[in-house]
Design a protein around this ligand. Structure first.
Ligand code: ADP
Ligand code: MG
Length: 254
């Protein structure tokens, strides 16, 4: 049965989508069967995999709002062992539609249960907010992976994120764990980066991955070609970093 990991942080631009897409692709290349769920209405993970809306007409919107089966919505990608539950811009309004629904926190958890046996990992790319899509994602997950960008104010907003995790744990999903904290856009030459690393480690003792994701131009180019960096430039430092992260996570799972 799949382990489900939500990649979440309500701040935008911290590397959630980059991490979700690239970790999913690397797991796939390592013979793990993976489903990537693009829960962000912006759909950056969907386009980052080069998936066209027409190829994948049934989306996370029909599943979460329309009650469609996940198996009807999932599409295969051109990448090894990697399936996608595509995003839809309709989900932007979907959050409001969900608000008045019964069991509105279970709209993703229940459909994913039906497909969990088909995968080793389900990775959910969350939107940059702490609204209902993110709470649904956390409720559907075994753990949360938090990317943190090495910049000023890196810790800003983290207490709200942690409070949301606690609330979901208390009300809906007592099994939810902190998978780990990932430092992204790391530049070891900068004093600022070192300061952020120290602060983040103080905030999350023993939960920060020893793998860090460097600031790397290949990582920002790859989505423009609809490719995970694993396939776009296998030997680049970005690709190596995400392979190292995948190994670190696999090792922990045991
Ligand atoms: P989020 O999903 O949290 O909003 P993204 O993953 O979309 O963040 O990243 C924000 C921007 O930064 C994107 O343009 C992405 O290509 C770029 N980016 C992300 N990680 C890196 C990195 N390690 N090095 C360079 N650019 C990166
Ligand atoms: Mg994103």
């Amino acid at each position: 049965m799949a382990k489900t990991i939500a990649v979440a942080n309500q701040k935008g631009g911290v590397g959630k989508t980059t991490t979700a897409v690239n970790l999913a692709a690397v797991f796939g290349s390592m013979d793990e069967k993976v489903l990537l769920v693009d829960a962000d209405p912006q759909g950056n993970a969907t386009s980052g995999l080069g998936v066209d809306k027409r190829q994948c007409p049934v989306t996370v919107y029909e599943v979460m709002i329309g009650g469609e089966a996940a198996s009807k919505a999932i599409c295969h990608t051109q990448y090894k062992n990697l399936d996608l539950l595509a995003a839809s811009i309709d989900m932007a309004g979907g959050e409001i539609e969900m608000a008045s629904m019964e069991r509105r926190e279970d709209r993703l958890k229940i459909p994913l249960q039906e497909v969990k046996d088909n995968y080793d990992y389900i990775i959910i790319d969350c939107p940059p907010s702490l609204g209902l899509i993110t709470t649904n994602s956390l409720n559907a997950s075994d753990s949360i992976l938090i990317p943190i960008q090495c910049e000023f104010y890196a810790l800003e907003g983290l207490s709200q994120l942690i409070n949301t995790v606690r609330r979901v744990k208390r009300q809906y999903n007592s099994m939810l764990e902190l998978e780990g904290v990932l430092l992204t856009m790391y530049d070891g030459r900068l004093n600022l980066t070192q300061q952020v690393v120290t602060e983040v480690k103080k905030f999350f003792p023993r939960k920060v991955y020893s793998t860090v994701i460097p600031r790397a131009v290949r990582l920002s180019e790859a989505p423009g070609f609809g490719q995970p960096v694993e396939y776009y430039d296998h030997y680049s430092k970005g690709a190596r970093a995400y392979r190292e992260l995948a190994r670190e996570i696999l090792k922990k799972k045991g």
